[in-house]
Design a protein around this ligand. Structure first.
Ligand SMILES: Cc1ncc(C[n+]2csc(CCOP(=O)(O)OP(=O)(O)O)c2C)c(N)n1
Ligand code: SF4
Ligand SMILES: [Mg+2]
Length: 351
């Protein structure tokens, strides 16, 4: 992987967060993506979200697959754990890592090719099982890294840079995530940092499987008229369901909305998601309504963004499997391998 290291020195007066880090401490190497690529804006939003959440970088594990999008974890959180896996296989590696150590925060970064084409099965099962993670797809409708072929999320009827019309039906990752049981589902646009940062913060503090589909234009291969993933198209067709504020327990809750104007959702860790509805009666806790709302609006060519669904009391795979709370790397050999008698007892209990 090509990269250029950033100089470590920074200005001594840079603002620090509560755990003593500046924003620079959440950066990675210098990006080698094309200038203007939406993916770089998402990296910047991840840096901002982690800094604002006072996350210690060594508490994060960032995992990705293959693609321009999957290269980006090299460009943020340089002091975190990282694993650039195989094409489409990030979700299963993340699931394994999460089961071995639930004390880290898991951030999965993928592309529309990585998650909707080769990795579709992996995507589906990680969400279905409720793996606790923030899973971000940087969705540009093409395989950017391999020179711009349509991906499975390209809209039917949209045009390639050379004018070829896509005849296939698209895979809608948000619709799938809702149907599969993800407990935090959002769509965002890389060009709207004000919306994206709180959505990432909410996902990182969510208690189950959180998924964010971020439309992220590829300036090299999919930013022309006829594309539905270009900057111009998304700006013109963006329909935000709500404006979101993310509030941690210690922040003062100021009432800047009138009664009935905002829906407040408190997640199980005490953080508060305050959603100011921009569409009448949109209820982000109603999964079925969210699914039909998305379908109705997508049929009109709109790109619906915002927090589409959240189950504030979501639990995760560890709760379902009743696994050990202690990370496996903290156990000694006798705990990890308790011997034949313990195995016989376990086998007997399953007969
Ligand atoms: C098993 C395998 N098949 C195919 C490839 C070739 N390949 C590399 S990246 C990629 C698609 C990437 O598209 P996406 O996930 O949308 O990322 P983007 O570059 O658009 O951000 C493909 C097909 C590969 N690396 N490995
Ligand atoms: S080819 Fe597209 S996706 Fe890849 S870095 Fe360039 S603009 Fe971004
Ligand atoms: Mg792509």
């Amino acid at each position: 992987m090509t990269y250029i290291a950033k100089p470590l020195l920074h200005h001594p007066t840079l603002e620090k967060n509560r755990v003593g880090y500046t924003r620079r401490d959440y950066e990675g190497k210098i990006s080698t993506l094309c200038a203007g690529c939406g993916h770089d804006s998402i990296s910047a939003a991840i840096i901002q979200a982690c800094w604002e959440l006072d996350i210690e970088p060594h508490r994060v594990a960032k995992l990705s697959g293959i693609g321009c999008s999957s290269k980006t974890p090299d460009y943020f959180l340089g002091a975190s754990h990282g694993f650039n896996t195989v094409h489409g296989r990030m979700p299963s590696v993340l699931t394994g890592a999460n089961l071995a150590n639930r004390e880290l925060l898991y951030l999965g970064v993928s592309g529309d090719g990585d998650s909707a084409s080769i990795g579709l099965g992996q995507f589906a099962h990680a969400l279905r099982r409720g793996v606790r993670m923030a899973y971000i797809v940087e969705n540009n409708g093409v395989y950017g890294l391999t020179k711009g072929q349509f991906s499975a999320t390209a809209d039917q009827g949209s045009k390639s840079k050379k004018g070829v019309v896509n005849s296939d039906s698209p895979v809608d990752l948000v619709g799938l995530a809702l149907q599969l049981g993800a407990t935090y589902v959002a769509r965002a646009f890389s060009g709207n940092k004000a919306q994206l940062v709180p959505l990432i913060k909410g996902a990182l503090r969510h208690g189950g499987a959180a998924f964010i589909d971020v439309v992220s234009p590829c300036v090299a291969f999919n930013n022309h008229p006829g594309s539905t993933k270009s900057y111009d198209y998304v700006r013109e067709h963006n329909e935000a369901v709500s404006r979101i504020d993310f509030i941690t327990g210690r922040e003062e809750i100021t009432a800047d909305y009138g009664p009935g104007e905002a829906v407040e959702v408190r997640q199980h860790d005490g953080t508060l998601l305050r959603l100011r509805s921009l569409h009448e009666a949109y209820d982000p806790t109603d999964r079925h309504r969210a699914m039909s709302y998305m379908q109705e609006h997508q049929a009109r060519g709109e790109v619906v963004t915002g927090l589409l669904y959240v189950d504030p009391l979501a639990t995760d795979l560890h709760a379902a499997l009743n696994t050990s709370a202690a990370p496996l790397n903290g156990m000694d050999a006798a705990q990890l391998c308790p011997g034949t008698a313990a195995l016989d007892k376990l086998n007997a209990s399953l007969r």
